[in-house]
Design a protein around this ligand. Sequence first.
Ligand code: AP5
Ligand code: MG
Length: 242
Amino acid sequence: MNLALFGPPGSGKGTQAKFLVQHFGIPQVSTGDLFRAEIEAGTDLGRKAQTFMDRGDLVPDDITLEIVRRRLSAPDTTGGVLFDGFPRTVPQAVELDRMLQGMGRRMDRVIFIQVPTEVLVDRLAGRLTCPKCGRTYHPKLAPPRIDSLCDEDGTELIMREDDRPETARKRISVYLEQTLPVLAHYRQQHVVSDIDGTGSIDEVRNRILRAVGPASGEPAAGIRVAADQREEAPPQGRLGGR
Ligand code: AP5
Ligand code: MG
């Protein structure tokens, strides 16, 4: 099963991914995490990506597609993948369709997590990230069990450079301009599930599980798909599709 978590910065893609990969037994492919690992390793690709990430801009499509292509050639991805933060432009989505088709696969479901802008800014301003495993925390909203240490591996948590308020705001506007149009691409394929991303982490997780259904790739009975979704206006005040 191939799934994608889609939504603005701070909507909870990484948070939900950590649970979904265990539930569905597929690996998370977060382009943001892949770039941060390249930066940490001091590679050429990492250096190129960093200049864009530091500004809150998207990394160019050719670099992003190269890293995804490389990741999808690893054997652990043959049973499916949970994409997190990819695809983020229409050309990336078109190329991903082509790559999946070449492997006899397709995008089964795109989970669109909608959250009001003011909530996003609050979440990003306080976010703590584990540099080792990528898990995210928040002192008020999702605190670690032991102050400033990752629950999973005990690594000291850090604040991401691009979570500084001015860069976070830039990332949100880049999302609105360059990434939201990707949704129309997947609505045409009738694979988008609109999820209310407000409320507790558990509540959002349960909404996602209801929408995605059993781990078979088939949508759960009764969820809204196809034509009615395309016509549905997003809830007021949320970052929604146009
Ligand atoms: P990336 O790392 O993908 O960042 P992002 O998309 O901006 O998303 P975030 O990781 O900021 O947010 P999230 O939705 O994962 O939220 P989280 O779960 O952490 O990309 C970084 C950069 O890399 C980009 O700017 C770009 O430069 C580059 N890049 C990456 N992919 C690219 C691509 N495909 N093409 C081009 N460039 C690319 O949650 C946020 C906070 O909220 C946490 O503190 C969490 O604890 C808290 N929280 C989560 N859910 C809840 C809840 N329900 N209630 C309360 N708190 C919650
Ligand atoms: Mg993330």
